[in-house]
Design a protein around this ligand. Structure first.
Ligand code: CTP
Length: 397
């Protein structure tokens, strides 16, 4: 149920932290990848070694750990997840979250993340019922933070009442609910990604530099919001995400057929760098040099998959999103491309080699819609994907 989902688990310092070790195990049993983060006080209750061993992942503990920063900055860490879970969420952590404090790794991640956050509060009953905690809870709920528990019962401190952290399986169910019943639940979205390979002969082909990273991140982000994703990919460098339907193709013609077969869909995102031309005279035998003449290649134009889907009368997805990889006049070219192809949105980017975007981990895009151009700051491809997925969810709601 959670196959391919990535959870950033922040473990707060409370007696319930021992249950978080079981939570790691349960989340993994359900297919999720868990990256644990321990607060300083959590380390009084569980050891980083046990959290790391159970998660089979590195545990993050310190904001100023330079090794961590070199490997993965704290901003990236906060966003390379589908959901952030805080369990146990202590009164202190809840107060920090409600007040927007960022004075240790956990609170900084919580302030920096662009993903949804689920908290499992755990504290003494008086602390839970205190007006300050209830006020913070109200603020957090208004901010869109999801809450599971606390349960009522005997507490480690000898008192009785609400304040016990929910059982690990109840937290897993809340995680599933957040990820599977997201705003895109019940929506089918087709995503194309990667380059296409157009054969010259059985061993040679024409291709381009697309790594498939942006399309893959978009498929993952849409799936994290609960969409059923049909991911149609050419031969990409990055592995396809788990938890989505993957259809692997080589050529533009195969990609066009796969898109056709995947429709109907509520939305379609065409992130693939489709080759515009194929070799008309592709040989079914390996071409040999004869020492005299050079081979002559005749080209034929490939079907424009995006334009074909955007302009169809029957079964047109409600939202059709294209990409425009440009090297000059990005906004003007992409605006013209949106009109020419008939799609609703164009995600335009500047792929001049000096931008390092093609094949890199970051992207600087401008979203072109009928209302104009919105230039986003340079973000990681995961962040671009999350922002785009949220906009798609808004448009389909
Ligand atoms: N696209 C497609 N099928 C094609 C070519 C492109 O679906 N045969 C889609 C891409 O996935 C992308 C968009 O069209 O979403 C823009 O592609 P691009 O190659 O940048 O545009 P072109 O039509 O090739 O325009 P130009 O050559 O003028 O840049």
């Amino acid at each position: 149920m959670l196959a391919g989902k990535r959870i950033l688990l922040i473990i707060g310092g409370g007696i319930a932290a021992f249950k978080s070790l079981d939570l790691i195990r349960r989340l993994r049993e359900h297919g999720a990848t868990v990256t644990p983060v321990l607060t300083k006080s959590a380390e009084e209750f569980v050891t980083p070694l046990s959290a790391s061993a159970l998660a089979a992942q590195k545990v993050y503990r310190d904001l100023f750990d330079l090794t961590d920063e070199a490997e993965m900055g704290h901003i990236e860490l906060s966003r390379a997840a589908d959901l952030v879970v805080v369990a146990p969420a202590t009164a202190d952590l809840m107060a920090k979250m409600a007040g927007g404090l960022a004075n240790d790794l956990a609170s900084t991640l919580l302030l920096a993340t662009d993903k949804r956050v689920l908290i499992a509060p755990a504290m003494n009953v008086r602390m839970w019922e205190h007006p300050a905690t209830q006020r913070n809870l109200g603020v957090l709920k208004e901010d869109g933070v999801l809450v599971v528990g606390p349960d009522e019962g005997d507490m480690a401190c000898g008192e009785y009442g609400p304040g016990r952290m929910s059982e690990p399986l109840a937290i897993v169910a809340a995680v599933e609910d957040a990820l599977v019943n997201g705003p895109l639940k019940g929506h089918h979205i087709v995503v194309t990604s990667g380059p296409t390979h157009e054969p010259i002969d059985p061993v040679r082909y024409i291709a381009n530099r697309s790594s498939g990273a942006q399309g893959t991140a978009i498929a993952r982000a849409l799936s994290a919001l609960g969409a059923k994703v049909s991911f149609i990919t050419g031969p990409a460098d990055v592995a396809p995400p788990d938890g989505v339907g993957v259809i692997k193709v080589q050529t533009a013609a195969q990609m066009a057929d796969a898109v056709e077969a995947a429709l109907p869909a509520d939305a379609a995102v065409f992130a693939a760098a489709v080759a515009d031309w194929r070799v008309k005279t592709a040989s079914d035998k390996k071409m040999k040099k004869d020492g005299k003449s050079l081979p002559k290649l005749d080209f034929a134009e490939n079907p424009d998959i995006l334009a074909g889907v955007a302009q169809r009368k029957k079964n047109r997805p409600q939202l059709v999103v294209g990409f425009a990889a440009e090297t000059d006049d990005v906004e003007a070219n992409a605006t013209a491309k949106r009109k020419r192809k008939g799609c609703d949105w164009i995600v335009a980017n500047d792929v001049r080699p000096e931008t390092g975007i093609m094949g890199g981990t970051e992207n600087a895009v401008t979203l072109i819609t009928k209302d104009g151009a919105d230039a986003w700051p340079r973000l990681s491809k995961d962040q671009v994907a999350a922002k785009l997925a949220a906009k798609i969810a808004e448009a389909l709601s």
